[in-house]
Design a binder for this molecule. Structure first.
Ligand code: ITT
Length: 208
């Protein structure tokens, strides 16, 4: 049976990816579950470039391991804060150090936003999904999740920067949303649905 190998080592992302793709009738495994884990240097200059760097590296590893029929997907994502010139952007995972707890990264961002007025606190999560098909064809999809940087950490759901990502229209923080609700409106949820549609067209079936 054809399966999708997801080129991510991030547990929060993988949990969401499995939730979002639970309605897709195809087996989804992480690169760890597939035994094709790689740690590549993400030296691209955009989310999409980095996403393809990860997807190609894992696709190569899959082919070497004899998995010639696997579809490989990767997610490169991050938080873009307008008042900080787009930081942390593609460096979101590496911001203040890869292993630094998010409580510290989040506190630092709130501190850097001190004095920034309400209407200049806009921010967005960006998610670029890269796909490498068994025949080498490459497909990409990118989406955003719009919000603002809040004044405190709130909520226990999600991961990473969700506790400081405020949704002005809803009056809640992203980490306060039910997982299903976040997945319905998030950068990752929307980019994966878009990729599903692209894949269905490319593979010439319903994608289900
Ligand atoms: P992989 O490369 O193995 O997938 P990573 O954590 O290094 O894992 P990225 O380079 O794409 O992944 O970095 C994305 C970072 O952006 C992630 O570690 C979070 O800090 C942040 N991020 C992305 N999506 C998020 C979301 O939905 N909620 C909160 N933070 C998010």
């Amino acid at each position: 049976m054809r399966r999708i190998v997801f080129a991510t080592g991030n547990k929060g992302k993988m949990r969401e990816i499995k939730e979002i793709m639970s309605g897709f009738d195809i087996e989804i495994v992480s690169m760890r579950e597939a035994g094709v884990e790689v740690d590549v240097e993400e030296d691209g200059t955009t989310f999409m470039e980095n996403s393809f760097i990860k997807a190609r590296a894992v696709a190569d590893k899959c082919r070497q391991a004899g998995y010639t029929d696997d579809i490989v997907l990767a997610d490169d994502s991050g938080l873009v804060v307008d008042a900080l010139g787009g930081e942390p952007g593609i460096y979101s995972a590496r911001y203040l150090g890869e292993d630094t707890p998010y409580s510290i990264k989040n506190a630092k961002l709130i501190e850097r936003m001190e004095g920034v007025p309400e209407d200049e606190r806009s921010a967005r999560f960006v998610c670029a999904i890269a796909c490498v098909l068994p025949d080498g064809r490459e497909l990409g999809a990118e989406e955003t999740y719009e919000g603002a940087i809040g004044y405190e950490e709130k909520g226990a759901n999600g991961f990473g920067y969700d506790p400081i990502f405020y949704l002005p229209d809803r009056g809640v923080y992203s980490a306060e949303l039910d997982p299903d609700e976040k997945n319905r409106i998030s950068h990752r949820g929307k980019a994966l649905v878009k990729m599903k549609e692209i894949l269905a067209r490319e593979l010439g079936d319903s994608g289900n």
